[in-house]
Design a protein around this ligand. Structure first.
Ligand code: AMP
Length: 283
């Protein structure tokens, strides 16, 4: 894997590759790579001539300072993972180079209110940071294809807004959530879980699976109660939200209809670690 730290260097290399008509796939990450990230990289390698992975822990999307400070950064291990997956290019920029004088502020008012819902409600400003950095990264890499994980479903909806507004030439690929065999969605933050917190964390995917299994028989309100009952078997989980929403508008669904695709979404703290997960229903 070739590693570029400077925006000017990677820009030159990618321009040359595009002149040679190489297809570029891009997987943006914050590092601490796991099999979820690897699945995105593998998909990109299949679809493209060159796969670019970026590792950038973006300070502007963290509303919690200690979350930013404690975010895992095992860069040597990440480089090994990228080499063994066959990723060709790692973009590893510094904060100063991303937020340099070339950085253009995005007009956030052009975006829908989805950025202030669900995650946005509990992490104020989070998606404003995501929008700004992803716009900047897409400007730099300007790939043909981008790969994002369903685990951060609301982020995927927002990335689609960015693409529609600024990068209609980019194709977006939604990749399924990779889970441990017991159902826990892989996350870079899972390393912070103690053994008992990890046991609690299993209740998130279990609640989503329960909702999915029962969705033909019950209405959303009852399903959410059932999910919360399961989660409250452990009094150590603090739920930010558990909702059943329309997968396009992210507005809560009161009554299922065949015209809407419903998705159950959850965010909760297990100890100090905040986890998110989701599942499509009726699929
Ligand atoms: P992050 O490093 O957490 O910003 O994630 C980088 C990308 O990997 C995002 O598109 C995430 O949605 C995706 N991702 C994270 N966890 C998983 C997972 N368990 N399965 C699939 N994709 C994931």
């Amino acid at each position: 894997v070739q590693i570029y730290k400077r925006v000017s260097d990677i820009s030159k290399v990618l321009e040359a590759l595009k002149r040679k008509n190489k297809l570029i796939g891009y997987v943006p990450t914050m590092g601490a790579l796991h099999q979820g990230h690897a699945s995105l990289i593998r998909k990109s390698i299949i679809d493209n001539d060159i796969t670019v992975c970026s590792i950038f822990v973006n300070p502007t999307q963290f509303n919690d300072k200690s979350d930013l400070e404690n975010y895992p950064r095992p860069i040597e291990l990440d480089i090994k993972t990228l080499m063994s997956e066959g990723c060709q290019i790692l973009f590893l920029p510094e904060v100063n180079d991303i937020y340099s004088k070339d950085f253009e502020e995005v007009d956030l008012m052009q975006f829908s209110s989805i950025r202030n819902m669900l995650e946005g409600r509990f992490r104020p400003g989070h998606f404003d940071g995501v929008i700004s950095v992803v716009k900047r990264l897409f400007d730099i890499v300007n790939p043909h294809n981008v790969y994002f994980g369903q685990k951060d479903f609301q982020q995927c909806v927002i990335i689609n807004e960015i693409i529609k507004k600024y990068f209609p030439q980019i194709s977006f690929h939604l990749c399924p959530t990779v889970r441990e065999s017991d159902g826990l969605a892989l996350s870079s933050r899972n390393v912070h879980l103690s053994i008992s917190e990890r046991q609690d964390a299993l209740k998130l995917s279990a609640a989503l699976a329960l909702i999915k299994n029962n969705c033909a028989e019950f209405e959303p309100r009852d399903l959410i109660k059932q999910g919360l009952n399961l989660i409250n078997e452990s009094n150590r989980i603090i739920v930010d939200y558990l909702e059943i929403v329309d997968s396009e508008t992210l507005i809560a669904i009161e009554k299922f209809s065949p015209n809407q695709t419903a998705i159950a979404v959850i965010a909760a703290f297990c100890g100090k670690t905040r986890l998110v997960d989701n599942m499509f229903l009726h699929q």
